[in-house]
Design a protein around this ligand. Structure first.
Ligand code: HEC
Length: 93
């Protein structure tokens, strides 16, 4: 479930080719957490609350919304941004 949601968001955002989507791993989510702690946590202590306040009716739509937003908001590097979004989405359904 988690992998499908995350992979679908990244694929929709043009980050992952759909064929590669299922390759996302718990290790990549953990890397996203490390980036989140370094780049985001000082202002957003709770990733759960951040996910809730992000526009979008579903976790999938929130992930899509975040992608261009974060490009201008503390996550300019695409590969890092994808990992961070994956970590935040892991708190969704
Ligand atoms: C210096 C403080 C600061 C840092 C660092 C920061 N943010 Fe934010 N963030 C804010 C503020 C303030 C807002 C609300 C105002 C706005 O939209 O810019 C916000 C808004 C957001 C939103 C929109 C949803 C909402 O709650 O308003 C998302 C998503 C988000 N940040 C994610 C991140 C992520 C992911 C990182 C790390 C890559 C990050 N932010 C780093 C301060 C920060």
């Amino acid at each position: 479930m988690l992998r499908r949601t995350l992979a679908a968001s990244l694929a929709a955002a043009g980050i992952l080719a759909p064929a590669a989507a299922s390759a996302f791993t718990a290790e990549q989510i953990a890397k996203g957490e490390a980036h989140y702690q370094q780049d985001c946590a000082r202002c957003h202590a709770s990733p759960q609350m951040l996910l809730e306040s992000t526009p979008g009716a579903t976790t999938f739509k929130k992930g899509v919304w975040m992608t261009p937003f974060l490009a201008r908001h503390h996550a300019p590097v695409q590969s890092t941004r994808a990992l961070i979004i994956g970590y935040i989405e892991s708190f969704g359904d």
